[in-house]
Structure formats: C-alpha cells, structure tokens
Design a protein around this ligand. Structure first.
Ligand code: ADP
Ligand code: GLC
Length: 492
C-alpha cells in the first residue's frame, strides 16, 4: 500500500499532556500508523507542563518563527520535536508561549477559542512552510475541528492541499467547543460567515465541533455502538439529526490499547509482572496495592485469593455515572468484607461522596484524589474488579486495560463498553466481564452481587479472567482500520 502523509492534530498526547483517553489514543495510533510505514506528523500545543517536565525540545528546521494570522491577532510560532518515550514517532509541539505557557491543558480563559484555533490553523501553516502535501488531515475532537473548514478556505488558492482529504474523530460528543459568535472574527472567519452553521449564528453562537461535522470528508468515532448511539436523541447531545444526515460518512472504529504501556507482561510500573500462565502472580500486585494505600489485606480468604478488591480510575464527571454507585457500594461494604480503591478527580460532589465513603469505611475504602499514572497501573494490576457504570462511553480504555490484566470489568452496556466486554455466562463459560443494561441503582446492586458470586466460584472466576486476558485489542490491528479508511477516502 502507498505510504501516506498524515497530519494528525490533537489537544493531548500521552505522556506529555494527558487528561484522558484522547492522549493515549493520539500517541498510540500515531505510532502504529508510523510502524505501518506512513509519514505521520502528530501536532499538539507546547503546553507549560511539557516544557517544565524537562523533555528535550529539538527545533524543527524550516519551522521556526512562522507568522500565523488569526483575525486581528498575529502569532509567531515554532515547532519543537519532542521524543515520545519508548516510541519512534515523536510529537511536534507548537511553541507559542502567549497561548500555551499556562497551568492547564484546558483553561477557562477568554481566549480558549484562539488557543485551539491557532493550533488548527498553524498545523496547516507548517505544511505550507515545508511544502509537505498531506494526503489526510486527521482532526480529533472539538479543539481542532475547524481543520476541515480552514483547509477548504485555504485550498481555494493553495495547490498544496488540492488532493488532501479530511477525517474528524469524535472522542466525546459531550464537549463541543461552543462559543459566542463574537469570536468569529478572532478565528479569522469573517469572510466565511456564510459557511458557518446559520441557525447557530442567528442564535449568537458557533460550535467548533458542529463546524467540523459540516465539512469533514469522513467522521469517525471510537466504537461502532457509539456511532449508532449518537444518531439518536438520547445520546446525540443535540447533534443527532446532523449526524444522521451524515450517516453515510460516519464510521465507528473501536480504540486499541497500547500494549507497550498496558501489558501485564511488560509493565514496568508494577511490582510483579504476570501473564495468563502466571495469573497467580497477580496476587503480589494486589498485596502491594492494598499496602501502598494502607488497606489491610486480612479477611476471609476464598481459595486463598484474599478479599475482593474493586477499583476505579477515572475523571470524576457526569459522563461516568458514578452517582449510581454510592448506595449499592455502601450496602456491599456493610455486608461483605471487600476493598474499594478509587483514583480520580473532578466534580466536587463526586469527590465529596467518595471521601465520605472512605470516612465511613476506614480500612476498606481508599479514595486517592488526584492523578497518578503509577497508581493507575497498580490498580489495573492489583484489583479484582474494575467499575465503569458510565452513563455514556464513546469507547473507554480502562475496561480494555482491565481485561488485559485479568481484572474483571463491571460495565454498563453502552458505547465502547458494549463493544469490548461480553457478559460472562456461567452456563457456557463464555464472556469476559459483568455487563448491565439499565442506568439505575438496582442494576448496580445485581451486578455487584453477581461479581461476589463469581469471585467465590474458583473455576468460573479463573475462566472469566482468562477469557478477558486472551482478547486482542492491539492498536496494530485497529490502525489497519484507519489505514483502510484513509485509502478508501483517497480513492473516492
Ligand atoms: P476518558 O477519556 O473519558 O477519560 P478513557 O477510559 O478513554 O476515558 O481514558 C481514561 C484514561 O485516563 C486512562 O488511560 C486512565 O488510566 C487515565 N486516567 C483517568 N483518570 C486518571 C487519574 N486520576 N490518574 C491516572 N490516570 C487516569
Ligand atoms: C473520550 C471518551 C472515551 C474514549 C476516549 C478516547 O475521552 O470519553 O470513552 O475512550 O475519548 O477515544
């Protein structure tokens, strides 16, 4: 197959700048496409945290001090090449201190629209400055969703982009990048007002994501089920009609997992590596997990496995559905000797509820408020169950990490969770986890009861763990799906 030139734009890349799964996907997919022989330019902002983490910044020749005009603002930008640990693919970090030298990746500052519009527009400027004609520009989420429109405007006179096609991936419809239409000038789109969503403009606002949906040649999202769901009123977040209108160009490709980082056999962040053949070694990680969080491991010992440990690693936000858990978790903690470890931060109400749970069940519950990649790995390796009761979940990565680590996921049948976890059937011995349908407290109660039952059933328990560990979620395979899609698009 022909070697493609791919411009891949994202607001996050692991491990340089990450708040969630988008970062993991950007890094791993770019690497997998590079490994398949493509010429990939992965472009992200040079946030303060990247500079402060001490990564070596190598100025890219010919891409220094470029001037990018956006409305009334003129920005001087440079591209610094930053190696991604353990990978051949590097990230091109867009250096523009006045916009990116700030505390957060995302901010509530007045110029948030300009921070990401600049990334988008400058990504195309770097192609022009190096006379590099991309076959595909691939934008991710609202932050860079103006790419197709900027490209359309540019290609009316810039021949470099004559053959370029655009892909927009929706990782999460819950974030659309909606701003007052006053920002149109700042985006450099004064002359393109007629190309913006007219009803929105009339109502006084502009949505980056919607604009992307209007002009991307192909729209993808990160699971087949989510691709279907977002065409319904229930999950479409106001965009279902529009997405239905583009159904022919809407494709679901489930994410992969980065086996260099998330593999129990190779994980350098856990005390004991293990595989499906040495599954009993997982116990060492469980002991280490409980110890590191000050939770006693003692208790009833079914089959010598110790008390069941439930884990959560997540952004604590509405999407994830955690409010359903508290009542059933309290009941379970009152009646059974179990442990719960929670790593995450986000909405104050959810943080408070987990903190109260820890207060009320000392020695049983540990809530680690914050972000820690090392602890995330230890939880995946050491827990027995992983909880994801998501209200909606475009793909979800942690349930796949859990499967790989023999940690049985308990998930709601929605989006990517539905596509990656199969309900364990004690009759046939098939299935990889516990899957429930209804978004309600009773469904959680039943799921937890089933979990405990399964845990105490020696052979069934091993079986479900092994089933999960033998799933293949490699990016090598999933990157092939993107490659096919790019080729189809170029042949159109
Ligand atoms: P989302 O992108 O919606 O947050 P995903 O399941 O796709 O959900 O990806 C979440 C990613 O972020 C995973 O790699 C997970 O381990 C990581 N993560 C989330 N919260 C934390 C945290 N508090 N500490 C460390 N890693 C976290
Ligand atoms: C989003 C979604 C999550 C998905 C991730 C990577 O943040 O919430 O479900 O796995 O993007 O695609």
């Amino acid at each position: 197959m022909r070697r493609l030139r791919l411009l891949y734009a994202s607001s996050e890349v692991a491990p340089l700048a990450k708040t969630g799964g988008l970062a993991d996907v950007s890094a791993a997919l770019a690497e997998a496409l590079h490994q398949r022989g493509h010429d990939v330019r992965l472009i992200v902002p040079l946030y303060r945290r990247i500079r402060e983490a001490g990564h070596e910044l190598v100025p890219v020749k010919g891409l220094q001090d470029l001037v990018v005009e956006l409305g009334a603002h003129s920005h001087r930008v440079s591209v610094q090449d930053v190696k991604l640990p353990g990978r051949e693919q590097s990230a091109w970090c867009l250096d523009c201190p006045e916009l990116y030298d700030r505390d957060g990746i995302y901010t509530a500052d007045d110029d948030e629209h300009r921070r990401f519009a600049l990334l988008t527009r400058a990504a195309l400027t770097t192609c022009q400055a190096s006379n590099w004609a991309p076959d595909i520009v691939h934008a991710n989420d609202w932050h860079v969703a103006l790419l197709p429109l900027y490209l359309k405007l540019l290609s009316s006179w810039e021949r470099l982009f004559a053959q370029t096609r655009t892909v927009l991936t929706i990782h999460n419809l819950g974030y659309q990048g909606a701003f007052s239409s006053d920002v149109v000038h700042d985006l450099g789109l004064d002359d393109a007002r007629h190309l913006l969503h007219q009803e929105d403009m009339a109502a006084g606002w502009i949505s980056f994501l919607k604009t992307g949906l209007l002009y991307a040649d192909v729209i993808t999202t990160v699971s087949k089920t989510y691709a279907r769901e977002i065409q319904t009123r229930e999950h479409g977040m106001g965009l279902h009609e529009m997405l239905k209108g583009r159904a022919e160009s809407l494709v679901g490709i489930v994410n992969g997992i980065d086996s260099a980082e998330w593999s129990p056999e190779r994980d350098t962040l856990i005390p004991r590596r293990f595989s499906v053949d040495t599954l009993k070694d997982k116990r060492v990680n469980k002991t280490a997990l409980l110890k590191s969080l000050g939770l006693p491991a003692a208790g009833r010992q079914p089959g010598g496995r110790g008390v069941p440990v439930f884990g959560i690693v997540s952004r604590l936000v509405y999407q994830k559905g955690f409010e359903l858990l508290f009542e059933p978790l309290r009941e379970m903690l009152r009646h059974h000797d179990v442990r719960l470890v929670v790593l995450g931060s986000g909405q104050p109400d959810l943080e408070r509820s987990f903190a109260l749970l820890q207060r009320d069940f000392p020695g049983r519950v540990c809530f680690y408020k914050g972000y820690s990649n090392a602890l995330a790995h230890l939880i995946e390796a050491g827990a027995d169950f992983f909880l994801m009761p998501s209200r909606y979940e475009p793909c979800g990565l942690n349930q796949m990490y859990s499967l790989a680590y023999g940690t049985v996921p308990i998930v709601r049948r929605t989006g990517g969770l539905a596509d990656t976890v199969q309900l364990y059937d004690p009759g046939t011995g098939e299935g990889t986890g516990i899957v429930f349908d209804d978004f309600d407290v009773d469904a959680i109660r039943r799921a937890l009861a089933f979990a405990l039952e399964l845990y105490h059933e020696g052979p069934a328990w091993r079986r479900v763990q092994r089933n999960g560990m033998s799933q293949d979620f490699s990016w090598e395979r999933q990157a092939g799906r993107y490659e096919e899609l790019y080729h189809q698009l170029l042949e159109r």
